[in-house]
Design a protein around this ligand. Structure first.
Ligand SMILES: *Cc1c(COP(=O)(O)O)cnc(C)c1O
Length: 404
């Protein structure tokens, strides 16, 4: 038995050793201090952070920190139970109301992470006899929710509405049809065709669920997300989001009609059988939602920085795919070159992470950069210079004559 397990793990562990031996292992690096535009990584200071999901740069915001400390003093450090029983504080209820308001729905419910939000919501609302139709690039937590649900599931080509329609046409025999997509695709940085999805959902009587992990606080005139971006505030049935990215906390939510929320709070297994978020984390999310509205300059900066960095990379000759958001992939194709580029950039003082097969399709290995509202122009220009030097050294881009 143990031998079989060893056999299974062996090829993987050998690969890990190889990566470490060739100085190409970039995971689990420890960062000293909050996730800001400049960080200390593995003891090396002044690294430009291009790998953080903290899009609005709120990780050490003084007002949010103060709210966390106050919540801890008032409510203690742990919630002391599961939400359904003794783990609901006033703060949890308040945050749910605030999220419902922010997402323009009747109600909302929290979960302890974005991952379990998807897994638990999909598996408790859908089951045998239903079909779940998802974008090929949807997040792992959506796939796991589908697997756990017992429903059939189908995948449509990325953002391809014709393909989605052909699947919907063939899905009329199921009890319920659910279309589920990421709002901003986490590996490519492009935006879901929500108008197309909504139109097809109406035509074929399907429900729509959208995962706003990378769009909450990022898309829309006031950062409310993809529905605000497209002016489709009432078109999404199940609005899912995380509190771990632009919102610098932990947790996930579902916002929607009250009957859906009531059902989830008494049926979703992660809500019933897993501990509630600590009060300080709830206070962080509450205050961050306020800051998003009080400090609109963050969103302005985020967009300016996104355009500056993406266009800078493109001018150098890098392929940033279809990205229009602060997730900006740098497509390389091959694993070794992706790892070499990461290593050279690290030497140049830029912290960025490689994304390799099987996390992305074969031969689309890439580096994934994330821009923050609080990056200065100098941060981004220095990072672009580093990309230029490293890219030239590896022959990924043509040599640029230096500016005088
Ligand atoms: C990060 C992410 C999640 C999971 O959220 P956590 O809060 O990190 O558990 C879910 N969906 C998408 C699209 C994500 O990018």
């Amino acid at each position: 038995m143990a031998e079989q397990l060893d056999e299974r793990m062996k090829p993987f562990l050998q690969r890990l050793e190889k990566l470490k031996a060739s100085d190409h292992y970039f995971y689990l690096q420890s960062i000293a201090g909050p996730t800001e535009p400049r960080v200390k990584v593995n003891g090396r200071g002044d690294m430009i952070m291009l790998a953080s999901y903290s899009y609005l740069g709120l990780a050490s915001h003084p007002k949010i920190r103060a709210a966390a400390i106050e919540a801890m003093e008032r409510y203690g450090v742990g919630a002391g139970g599961v939400r359904l029983l003794a783990g609901t504080t006033e703060l949890h209820r308040e945050l749910e109301e605030r999220i419902a308001e922010f997402k323009n729905t009747e109600a909302a419910t929290l979960f302890s992470s974005g991952y379990v939000t998807n897994m638990s919501t999909i598996s408790s609302l859908f089951g045998r006899g239903d079909v779940i139709i998802m974008d090929k690039l949807d997040h792992a937590s959506i796939i796991d929710g589908c697997l756990l649900s017992g429903a059939q599931f189908r995948t449509y080509r990325h953002n391809d509405m014709e393909h989605l329609e052909s699947i919907l046409k063939k899905s009329q025999n199921f009890n319920t049809r659910l279309i589920v997509a990421d709002a901003v695709f986490s590996m490519d940085g492009d935006i879901a065709d929500l108008p197309g999805i909504v139109e097809l959902a109406k035509k074929y009587d399907a429900l729509v669920m959208i995962d706003e992990a990378h769009s909450l606080g990022v898309l829309g005139a006031s950062g409310r997300g993809i529905d605000e971006h497209f002016g489709l505030e009432d078109a999404v049935d199940i609005k899912m989001g995380t509190l771990s990215k632009a919102i610098p906390s932990i947790g996930g939510y579902i916002a929607g009609e009250r009957r859906i929320i009531d059902y989830l709070q008494h049926n979703a297994r992660a809500f019933i059988f897993s501990a509630s978020l600590p009060p300080a984390s709830v206070a962080v999310a509450l205050t961050a939602l306020e800051i998003i509205q009080e400090e609109p300059w963050r969103l302005v900066n985020l967009r300016r920085n996104t355009d500056l960095f993406r266009e800078g990379l493109r001018k150098l000759g890098f392929d940033t795919m279809q990205s229009t958001t602060p997730i900006i992939p740098v497509l390389i194709g091959k694993e070794w070159k992706s790892l070499e580029l990461t290593r050279l950039l690290f030497e140049e003082g830029v912290f960025v992470c490689p994304i390799l097969y099987p996390a992305v399709p074969k031969n689309t290995d890439r580096l994934r950069t994330h821009v923050m509202a609080t990056h200065s122009e100098t941060d981004l220009k220095e990072a672009l210079d580093a990309f230029r030097r490293a890219g030239e050294a590896l022959g990924l881009i043509r040599t640029h004559s230096l500016d005088p």
